[in-house]
Design a protein around this ligand. Structure first.
Ligand SMILES: NC(=O)c1ccc[n+]([C@@H]2O[C@H](COP(=O)([O-])OP(=O)(O)OC[C@H]3O[C@@H](n4cnc5c(N)ncnc54)[C@H](OP(=O)(O)O)[C@@H]3O)[C@@H](O)[C@H]2O)c1
Length: 320
């Protein structure tokens, strides 16, 4: 055996032992991909992509959704198999997160690619979000993905390989009125992921943020409002009524006209999963690239003035 091979084998054995998984099984194992929120929208499109590439890429796929949504997989013709697990996971539940990762560590030798996709987007102005609502938003979009990352990291570091893909948003680089807590959660995810990118480089673990703008889907129809923002939307005399009324229509129009679809974004995510060294940020659509450039090249004051002037019917806002 050549010296470098012997060294590689020694390192592989050490890594396997560190991961508590028998070496022989580790050397032939499939790459384990874990996707959160996979029963609908982008997560479902991604599930389909990964399944299509499964044989070629030698993936072991684990699709998760909350217990109440598990039936959707069968409705979509996605059936569990030896190399395709379907598991219930409410990302905000610490026990469910730990149990799932322990099961994967024990039976499959760990997660190789973690895709934090599950997310929710509250529509509300800052004045209309209570602390519990704010925590709920932050829990799903920011705190839980980070906790899941913390669960899979010891294994990835021990194996000296892994990929973390966090689905962010253009809302994580520019904020829009009535989407304050959503933007806050995605800005937080962006900040933590950027730090993590540098922290994990020494172990050959990559971190990538995917930033879609709007995707052509009906997701706007199921956007949750906070208790106070829902009242403001239905009450024409509320001082914020025009904010919600016009933004709701504007966002629905943008989503109907969006170039990006869950499938086109899923294609990009699947490419990141295959890539040897993915970058920190990947734009989910062409308009996301355009907004990133505008933010870079325009003087800050002009940029915020321009955005404000272009808000839908902004002249009427706050007139009551
Ligand atoms: N739609 C867009 O235009 C857009 C734009 C930019 C970024 N994004 C981001 O892309 C990702 C997917 O968005 P989407 O439009 O596909 O959303 P979607 O259709 O509303 O689906 C959201 C997914 O998140 C899951 N989820 C919500 N709360 C959860 C919890 N507590 N535990 C586990 N799963 C939970 C849902 O799971 P269940 O199946 O259990 O309900 C569902 O699968 C999100 O991170 C979102 O912020 C979307």
């Amino acid at each position: 055996m050549h010296k470098p091979d012997a060294m590689l084998l020694k390192r592989a054995r050490a890594n396997a032992e560190a991961a508590g998984y028998p070496l022989a099984r580790r050397l032939q194992r499939r790459r384990v991909v874990l996707v959160t929120g996979a029963s609908v929208g982008l997560g479902l499109a991604l599930a389909r992509r990964l399944i299509a590439e499964q044989t070629q890429q030698q993936y072991h796929i684990i699709l998760t959704s909350r217990e109440s949504s598990l039936a959707r997989f069968e409705e979509q013709g996605i059936d569990a198999s030896e190399t395709l697990w379907i598991r219930s996971l409410d990302v905000t539940d610490a026990n469910q997160r730990c149990d799932l990762v322990s099961e994967i560590d024990g039976k499959l030798g760990g997660v190789d690619i973690l895709i934090n996709n599950a997310g929710v987007a509250y529509r509300s102005c800052v004045e209309h979000v209570t602390e519990p609502e704010r925590l709920h938003q932050m829990n799903i979009n920011f705190r839980s993905p980070l906790e899941l990352i913390r669960c899979v990291l010891p294994g990835m570091r021990a194996r000296r390989s892994g990929k973390i893909i966090n689905i962010s948003s253009v809302g994580g680089m520019m904020a829009m009125p009535t989407m304050s807590v959503y933007s806050a959660s995605k800005f937080a995810l962006e900040g933590a992921s950027e730090a993590l990118y540098y922290e994990l480089k020494p172990w050959n673990v990559s971190v990538t943020l995917v930033q879609p703008r709007f995707m052509r889907s009906d997701a706007f129809a199921k956007v949750p409002y906070t208790v106070m923002s829902a009242k403001a939307l239905s009450d024409c005399s509320d001082p914020y009524h025009e904010h919600y009324y016009h933004m709701e229509r504007f966002i629905a129009k943008m989503m109907n006209r969006a170039l990006a679809t869950p499938d086109s974004v899923a294609k990009k995510v699947a490419r990141i999963a295959r890539s040897k060294s993915p970058p920190l940020r990947v734009y989910g659509s062409l308009d996301a690239v355009a907004f990133a450039w505008l933010r870079c090249i325009l003087p800050r004051r002009f940029y915020t003035w321009l955005l404000y002037r272009n808000l839908p019917k902004v002249r009427h806002w706050g007139q009551r």
